[in-house]
Design a protein around this ligand. Structure first.
Ligand code: ADP
Ligand code: MG
Length: 588
C-alpha cells in the first residue's frame, strides 16, 4: 500500500480556482466525505455507523494508512490537503477529495472525534473538537486506520440544524450515499449499522454484479445485462436493466464517472434516449453505468460536493452512452466483438435473462440462459423452420416454436424448447412495424408522401441555420425540404409517418431538436412519432390472423432488435420456462 502523502496547505491561487460552496449539507454529505477520505487512504474495509438518521451520530472507521499526529492536526485545518499541490493538478484529479475543506467544515459544525494510527507507530492520536475548537489532543491505543465520529451535526448552527429532516428522511439519504460508495468501490468491504442494527455487510468482490446482488437482491440482478462498449476514448461499462423491468423513480439508476458517483445532464439525456423506444415514458430501468474517460476531458470542479461534472466533448459522450446501452439491452449478441471483455467481468458468463415479469424470484442467482441454441433431445422439430437470423441479429428464445393456439383474440400461445411463450400479437406488430420504419429511415429510403401544393415555412434564423446544416438528414428522414431564401424553407414531401401533421410546427420542432442535440437527438425525436404510427397501423391489423400470418409475425418479431417490448414499452411476450411451471406446480 502506498505511503501516506504529506499534507500541505493550498496556495491561495488554487483556493480561488476552486468553486466555492458548502460541502456539508446534511448527515449524508458527512458520510460521503468521510467514506471518500477512507477510500483515498487505501482502506480495504469501511464501517459506517449512524444513530437517529445521522442526526446524532455519523461514524466512519477504516483500516487505511492513518495519520501521524501532525498530519491529524493539520487535517482539520481549512484547505489542508495531501492531494493537490498546484493549479495544474486540478485538471487531473484522481482522488476523491481535493479541496481540503471537508474535515475542517465538518469539525466546525459538530462535536468531532478523530482517532487515527499509522502502521508501526508507537501510539495513535485522538483529537476532540467541539464546534471547530480543539478541546484535547492525546495518545490513543488504536489499530491502524482512522475512526472519525461526528456527533450532533449543526448543534452550534441552529438555523441549519432546523433544516434537518426527520430521522427517517435523513436515513434514506444516508443509505443512498452509502449505496453509491459501495457500488463504486466493490473491492472494499463495507458495513452499515443504523441505531445498533446491521443494515448491510458487503464482502469485497471483484464483480459489480455481486455487489448489486448483495444490495438489491437476485431479482434485480437477474434482469441486468452487461454493458461493454467504447470508442477508444470514452469507455462504458456496468449493467443495464432489460425492459419491462422498470420503476417509477430513478433510484436504481446510478452513474459513475471515472469511478465516482456522479452525474451530468448529458448523461441523463443519453440514458433517456437509449431507453426511449423500449420503455414507457415515466418509467426507469435499473442501470449501473460506468463512464470512463481521460481526466482532462472532464471538469469535476462544477459542483461543490462533486455531484455533477461537465464534459469537454459532451456530444461524443452522449452518443457512446446511447450506443452502449442500446447494444446491452438489445442482447448479448449485438454487442459482441465491439470491445474486449474487461478482465473485471470476464469471468462472468453472458446471461440472457428471462424478461418475463414473474412473482417468483429466480431459483439461482444466475438464471439459466433461455436461448435455444442447444435444443433438448426430446424436442420435435418445429413445423415452421425459423428464418435464418440475419448477421448480428439476436435470436429470440422463441425462434423455434410450435404454435399452440389463441387466447382472447389477441394473445397467442407458443410452445418452445424451454417452455411456454405468450405473445401479444398487437404489441408484437407494433414492434415489427416500428423497426421496419426506423430501418427505412436509417437506410434513407423512407416512403414519402408528396404535398400538393408545397408549403413554405418560415423559421427563426437560429432554426434556419440548424436545418441548413442537416438538410441531408432531413432527406434521409423522408422530408422533401429545400431552402427558399431568408430563413424560409419549401416543403414538398413529408415522411409517411407524419402525414397529416402541419409542416410548420413540425419543422420548427425538428430544428429545435437539432439545435439541442445534433443528429442523434433528431433521430430520437422522430422515434415517438414513428412509434405512434406503428401503433395505429397495428390496430388496423387486429382482425383474427391466420396461421400463416401469425407465423410470419412471430418470425419477424424474433428478428427485431428489441423483441421483448413494443416501441411504447409494453411487453410483447411473456416467457414461462418449464422450470418455472414445475415450480409453480410444486414439482421442485
Ligand atoms: P481532502 O479530502 O479534500 O484532502 P479533507 O478535509 O477531506 O480534504 O481531508 C484532509 C486531509 O486529511 C486529507 O487530504 C488526508 O490527508 C487526511 N485524511 C482525512 N481523512 C483521512 C483518513 N480516513 N485516513 C487518512 N487520512 C485522512
Ligand atoms: Mg476529503
Amino acid at each position: 500500500m502506498a505511503a501516506p502523502a504529506q499534507i500541505r496547505v493550498l496556495p491561495d491561487a488554487v483556493i480561488n480556482q476552486i468553486a466555492a460552496g458548502e460541502v456539508v449539507e446534511r448527515p449524508a454529505s458527512v458520510l460521503k466525505e468521510l467514506v471518500e477520505n477512507s477510500i483515498d487512504a487505501g482502506a480495504s474495509r469501511i464501517e459506517v455507523e449512524v444513530v437517529d438518521g445521522g442526526r446524532r451520530l455519523v461514524r466512519v472507521r477504516d483500516d487505511g494508512t492513518g495519520m501521524d499526529r501532525d498530519n491529524a492536526l493539520l487535517s482539520i485545518e481549512r484547505h489542508a490537503t495531501s492531494k493537490l499541490r498546484e493549479l495544474k493538478d486540478l485538471d487531473s484529479i484522481a482522488t476523491m477529495g481535493f479541496r481540503g475543506e471537508a474535515l475542517a467544515a465538518i469539525a466546525s459544525v459538530s462535536q468531532f472525534t478523530l482517532v487515527t494510527n499509522r502502521e508501526g507507530a508507537a501510539a495513535g492520536t485522538e483529537i476532540l473538537v467541539f464546534g471547530g475548537r480543539i478541546q484535547d489532543v492525546r495518545d490513543a491505543g488504536a489499530p491502524r486506520g482512522t475512526d472519525i465520529a461526528v456527533r450532533n451535526l449543526f448543534f452550534n448552527v441552529p438555523a441549519r440544524r432546523k433544516f434537518l429532516r426527520s430521522a427517517q428522511t435523513e436515513f434514506a439519504n444516508i443509505r443512498q450515499a452509502f449505496l453509491l460508495e459501495a457500488l463504486a468501490n466493490t473491492g472494499i468491504e463495507f458495513a452499515l449499522r443504523a441505531d445498533d442494527a446491521e443494515v448491510y455487510r458487503l464482502p469485497a468482490t471483484e464483480h459489480l454484479l455481486d455487489r448489486i446482488r448483495d444490495l438489491y437482491g437476485v431479482e434485480i440482478a437477474g434482469h441486468l445485462r452487461p454493458i461493454r462498449f467504447g470508442n477508444g476514448v470514452v469507455e462504458i461499462g456496468g449493467y443495464a436493466g432489460v425492459p419491462p423491468c422498470s420503476r417509477l423513480d430513478r433510484e436504481l439508476q446510478v452513474v459513475f464517472i471515472n469511478g465516482r458517483p456522479s452525474g451530468s445532464p448529458v448523461v441523463n439525456f443519453a440514458i433517456q434516449s437509449a431507453y426511449r423506444d423500449v420503455l414507457q415514458g415515466g418509467r426507469y430501468a435499473p442501470l449501473f453505468l460506468h463512464v470512463d474517460l481521460p481526466a482532462d476531458l472532464v471538469d469535476v470542479n462544477v459542483h461543490p460536493a462533486k455531484k455533477e461534472v461537465r464534459f469537454r466533448r459532451p456530444t461524443e459522450v452522449r452518443d457512446v452512452i446511447i450506443e452502449a446501452i442500446r447494444l446491452a439491452v438489445a442482447g448479448p449478441e449485438a454487442g459482441r466483438g465491439r470491445r474486449d471483455e474487461s478482465p473485471r467481468e470476464a469471468a462472468r458468463p453472458h446471461v440472457y435473462p428471462p424478461v418475463a415479469v414473474s412473482a417468483t424470484p429466480p431459483a439461482s442467482p444466475a438464471p439459466a440462459p433461455m436461448a435455444v441454441t442447444q435444443p433438448r433431445l426430446d424436442w420435435t422439430p418445429p413445423p415452421v423452420p425459423p428464418a435464418e437470423p440475419e448477421a448480428g441479429a439476436p435470436s429470440a428464445p422463441w425462434a423455434e416454436y410450435r404454435l399452440m393456439g389463441r387466447v382472447g383474440g389477441m394473445y397467442v400461445v407458443l410452445e418452445t424448447a424451454d417452455g411456454l411463450v405468450l405473445m401479444d400479437s398487437r404489441s408484437a406488430h407494433e414492434r415489427v412495424i416500428y423497426e421496419r420504419l426506423l430501418g427505412a429511415m436509417e437506410k434513407g429510403n423512407v416512403p414519402a408522401q408528396g404535398l400538393l401544393p408545397p408549403v413554405t415555412v418560415a423559421v427563426t434564423p437560429a432554426q434556419a441555420a440548424a436545418l441548413r446544416k442537416h438538410l441531408d438528414l432531413l432527406k434521409e428522414m423522408g422530408f422533401g425540404v429545400a431552402e427558399f431564401g431568408s430563413d424560409t424553407f419549401l416543403v414538398d414531401a413529408l415522411p409517411v409517418w407524419v402525414a397529416g401533421v402541419a409542416p410548420g410546427p413540425l419543422l420548427s420542432d425538428i430544428a429545435d431538436g437539432l439545435m439541442q442535440g445534433g443528429r442523434t437527438s433528431a433521430k430520437d425525436w422522430v422515434q415517438p412519432l414513428i412509434a405512434s404510427i406503428a401503433g395505429k397501423q397495428a390496430v388496423g391489423l387486429q382482425r383474427e390472423l391466420n396461421d400463416a400470418e401469425l407465423n410470419a409475425l412471430i418470425r419477424d418479431l424474433a428478428r427485431t432488435e428489441m423483441p421483448y417490448t413494443s416501441p411504447r414499452g409494453k411487453p410483447t411476450v411473456i416467457l414461462l420456462s418449464t422450470r418455472e411451471l414445475n415450480r409453480k406446480f410444486g414439482r421442485e
